[in-house]
Design a protein around this ligand. Structure first.
Ligand code: ADP
Length: 518
């Protein structure tokens, strides 16, 4: 300590008279400064190295305009095959996976899990069942028709619910319910408790679209972007009642719906970071508003971080399985990355609720406006360009930094690293077993005979659960599925729970024993 004091460098001779301002720099501070400067230089060098990135745009779709803007802005090069980065506007394609070894591709196999509301809700509900404290960040969700009885039992006439069709997006087919009789039970959908006291700004409901980047599964490298979008409703919010229940402009924040409202306001100000107007705004403008309204931004941010981290934790076993399934022995060579869109609603207490995660967030940077002659034209939207250029430009640069270097970085440009717990959970064990039984073949489902392999393990039959009961259990589980002689991973979770129950065993202990005996 004394030695350290002696080693201080006095750099204050010119302001000796003002004690408050006297600055001395310790050896340690000099070292810290050097390290941060070296990190900064390293980042700059990475950045320079990446200057001539070749971006393969052959498979771009709605995001073409954004990607081309990024190419011009960053001095990159557009190519039509063999790029450094290949941008896919379509979901992951199994047939041409060779390109995943030579180019960075913006898709992980298996992420389509998020496309269906029933599947993604089932998976999250399961995590909430096993880890209730960690997964209480999404509104209570029922999968219909499977859980209709449960919903009817737990239904309360004082509450409002929101029904969402399985494969819908952009608010399509969504409706609010107060009375049981208003539910259309014949379609596949989820019913969720409606957050009826949202945080309002300018009397309007809004939700946030935040962007999360995954650049590797092993190690699991995830980042959140500091910027994002806020999508506002176009009619002042009121607590749901019979009169306003069917008004989408009051209850649904989707841009695709609200753009049809006569109250829709395009942002046309000068300083994008200062905005306090418009139906679409930046997340940073919301943070300013929250501060003014007396909310603790750091607290809100921490809660958002922990819900995203918990969500990413649930995703890992599923993505790791799919990656192994597709790339087999070459799994360590793949260069996948992906940007996910998290839709988050803040309630009046400032608590964030996860509404949905989108594996294919909109990257459009133009919006439809009406010219004086009444004809619609597409113009660039300043808000969308600002946010999406930042999010995607930095995502590409960051994804290309070698994994070993990324492990050392606390973040990069607009991205901040998230620390996701990679320890095994009961789900990664179930996934391992599922992989083992399926043989990690190019077929991700289990047949009855593959499922029945379980009975060959020690203690996997009993006097009340015999060998042939496996086939019966298999058939019972897959009865309602359209895939009618194969079992997917979600059905497998149900099957294992029932199996442990029938064998009178603890599920996790049963899994550990099975894995030891592979
Ligand atoms: P979609 O994929 O069709 O956009 P979402 O689940 O994102 O479906 O729902 C659409 C909109 O409905 C959300 O953006 C939000 O404004 C509103 N919403 C959805 N779920 C809830 C909920 N549980 N509570 C309050 N509002 C909700």
């Amino acid at each position: 300590m004394q030695q350290q004091q002696q080693q201080t460098h006095d750099i204050s001779p010119w302001n000796e008279n003002n004690d408050d301002d006297i600055k001395t720099v310790t050896e340690q501070q000099v070292d810290e400064f050097k390290t941060s400067y070296e990190n900064f230089q390293q980042q700059q060098n990475q950045y320079k190295k990446q200057k001539s990135i070749k971006v393969n745009t052959t498979n771009c779709r709605g995001e073409t305009r954004l990607i081309r803007k990024l190419i011009v802005k960053n001095n990159w090069k557009e190519v039509f095959n063999d790029g450094d980065v290949c941008w896919l506007g379509l979901p992951f394609k199994y047939q041409n996976f060779e390109e995943y070894f030579t180019q960075y591709v913006n898709r992980f196999p298996g992420m389509d899990l998020l496309a269906h509301k029933t599947q993604s809700s089932f998976y999250l509900n399961k995590f909430a069942q096993y880890f209730p404290d960690e997964y209480e960040f999404f509104p209570k969700t029922y999968i219909i028709p499977d859980e209709i009885d449960k919903f009817q039992q737990e239904y309360k006439s004082t509450r409002t619910y929101i029904a969402k069709p399985d494969a819908g997006s952009q608010g399509d087919g969504i409706y609010l319910i107060k009375k049981l009789k208003d539910i259309k039970t014949n379609e596949s959908m989820v019913i969720q408790q409606y957050i009826s006291k949202p945080l309002l700004i300018d009397k309007k409901k809004f939700d946030l679209r935040l962007y999360v980047l995954i650049t590797s599964l092993d190690p699991y490298l995830c980042y959140i972007n500091k910027e994002g979008l806020a999508r506002f409703c176009t009619v002042d919010y009121e607590k749901p009642n019979d009169k306003n229940l069917r008004n989408p402009f009051m209850h649904l924040t989707n841009y695709s719906l609200n753009k049809k409202s006569t109250n829709f306001q395009f942002y046309n100000g000068k300083n994008i970071l200062d905005i306090n107007e418009g139906t679409k705004r930046t997340y940073s403008s919301i943070q300013k508003n929250l501060e003014i309204l007396g909310y603790n931004n750091q607290d809100v941010e921490n809660q958002i971080d922990s819900l995203i981290v918990a969500y990413l934790k649930s995703l890992l076993p599923f993505l790791a399985f799919n990656q192994k399934l597709v790339f087999q022995k070459r799994v360590a060579e793949v260069k996948c990355f992906q940007v996910l869109g998290f839709d988050i609603l803040l309630d009046e207490k400032g608590k964030p609720w996860l509404l949905e995660v989108n594996s294919n967030p909109s990257l459009q940077i133009e919006h439809e406006v009406y010219a004086t002659n009444g004809k619609s034209v597409f113009e660039e939207s300043q808000i969308d360009s600002y946010v999406k250029e930042l999010v995607m430009g930095d995502a590409i640069k960051l994804a290309m930094i070698p994994k070993e270097d990324q492990e050392e970085l606390p973040g990069f440009q607009s991205y901040r690293k998230l620390d996701v717990d990679e320890t095994e959970t009961i789900f990664s064990k179930m996934m391992q077993l599922y992989g083992f039984l399926s043989g990690y073949k190019f077929q991700e489902y289990l047949t009855s005979s593959k499922f029945q392999k379980l009975c060959n393990f020690p203690q996997m039959t009993s006097q009340t659960f015999l060998k042939h009961d496996y086939d019966l259990l298999f058939r019972k589980i897959i009865l309602k599925s359209c895939n009618n002689n194969q079992m997917d991973f979600f059905q497998f979770i149900n099957a294992l729970e029932q199996l442990a129950n029938r064998l009178n065993q603890d599920l996790e202990e049963m899994l550990d024993r099975l894995i030891q005996n592979f």
